[in-house]
Design a protein around this ligand. Structure first.
Ligand code: PRP
Length: 190
């Protein structure tokens, strides 16, 4: 992962790229099946509504692209990007919106689409920002949920897979910007 201007995690990623020590965690067939289920559930829940999906860059672009193509209702799509700045591997907690959506969300049903919920700091900040803009509804769909890593309480409305605390790459998730294109999810073995 790339969390702002980090140093320790950058070194960690350099090390694991050198060793390329990966172990498969979620296979593409399981991902495809789960996304089909999620898309059906979301399509049922939002039938007849003006739905806006907001993908969180960069990691969520693969998940969002697969999710919308399995949905059976029309929707709009936009993107945000957030970053946290700190000198350590862990998020500083100072999360900032560095790329906003283009339009208004007032009176729209908004579903934030995230690749992974980790400490919960990013989603807490984004929900706080969006809530002030008077959407009709605001929910969160995350592909992966590392529940054991929370620093603030946060529950997603839709979860693809709940996983442990291992560092994962693939299916949009990166290590120093590498491995986002892998079709399966891998654990990086330290
Ligand atoms: C990752 C991930 C989430 C966020 C989750 O983003 O994509 O957006 O961290 O972390 P949190 O729950 O601890 O706040 P990252 O900053 O690595 O950017 P990326 O998506 O561009 O890789």
């Amino acid at each position: 992962m790339t969390r702002g201007y980090i140093s320790a995690s950058f070194i960690f990623c350099m090390d694991i790229q050198a060793s390329q020590n990966k172990e498969i965690l979620i296979r593409r067939q399981a991902i495809e099946q789960r996304i089909h289920e999620l898309a059906q559930e979301i399509s049922r829940d939002y039938v007849g509504s003006a739905l806006l999906l907001v993908g969180v860059l960069k990691g969520a672009f693969v998940f969002l692209a697969d999710l919308i193509r399995q949905m059976t209702i029309p929707c709009e799509v936009d993107f945000v990007r957030l970053a946290s700045y700190g000198a350590h591997t862990e998020s500083s907690g100072n999360v900032m919106l560095i790329k906003d959506i283009e339009g208004s969300i007032e009176n729209k049903d908004v579903l934030i689409v995230e690749d992974i919920l980790d400490t919960g700091l990013t989603m807490t900040k984004l929900v706080e920002i969006f809530s002030q803009r008077k959407p009709m509804s605001l929910k969160v769909c995350t592909f992966l949920d590392k529940q054991g890593r929370r620093r603030v309480p946060f529950e997603a409305d839709y979860v693809g897979f709940t996983i442990g605390n291992s560092f994962v790459v693939g299916y949009g998730l990166d290590c120093n910007e590498q491995d986002r294109s892998l079709p399966d999810v891998y654990i990086i073995k330290q």
